[in-house]
Ligand binder design. Sequence first.
Ligand code: SF4
Length: 289
Amino acid sequence: MTALESSPLRRALRAWYRPRREAYPWRRAGIDPYGVLVSEVMLQQTQAARAASAFEGFLRRFPDLSSLAAASRGDVIRAWAGLGYHRRAVALHEAARTIVRVHGGMVPREPRALQRLPGVGPYTAAAVAAIAFNRPVVAMDVNVRRVTSRVVLGREPEDGNDPQIAVAAGLLLDPRGPGTWNQAMMDLGREVCRPAPRCEVCPFERFCRFRGAGRPGRVTAARTQPPFEGSNRQVRGRIVAALRVRPSAGIAGLVVATGIDLGRVEVAAAGLVRDGIVERRGRSFRLAG
Ligand code: SF4
């Protein structure tokens, strides 16, 4: 991050998040690392609003790690009612038993140790480490990836490589409160910087390179059209469709065939080439052979 100064961004994000920080029960004071682990496993495949009611019931039934570890598998699955994907309940139960057996009943603090628990992948490990222990790690879900890519790199995440986004997120991460930062970025991606972004209510509006590059022309279009309309995915689809019916085309031919402006066609075509879907030979593009 050179031209972008991260501190004003962090301040803006903190201010935006403040009134939201108690929106879900797992963010309330008194939630311990066990509660954070339970919530993150629930959130793996369940929307936050649905997970919220199940979370409170689950913690009433199993208020601490040792009670979960000592429970029968059937009881754990019953307490998982309404959440679906019951393999997560089984994995969480196994994780609790592993924590008792291997870690003396204490949830591990480091992502690497967390990742060795059943049902805990890199994302969940990073989220628990950041939220429960304030470890300075980024929990890179699809929302955090999109916000970071747009704000810092000025492009959609699928138009570049992930290592760049990871580096950018690391620079943006707030060392004063990694847990809060991660949760705020997730909320922002879910509520504001959606595939069709709502830049006019975004705390990053003044700093965002994506916004500065004029991409949010899509904002207006996206409000009245389905999310696919105006998306980079749509441009890519039109390029592929155009190349299905002609052996090759130059960039000008693709602009005419897709009816989309030059800049967006260039970006989408470059992404298709990177993904191995389209080949570039000199100035012309064709479907990869
Ligand atoms: S200004 Fe727009 S594109 Fe940039 S982060 Fe905010 S919502 Fe996303």
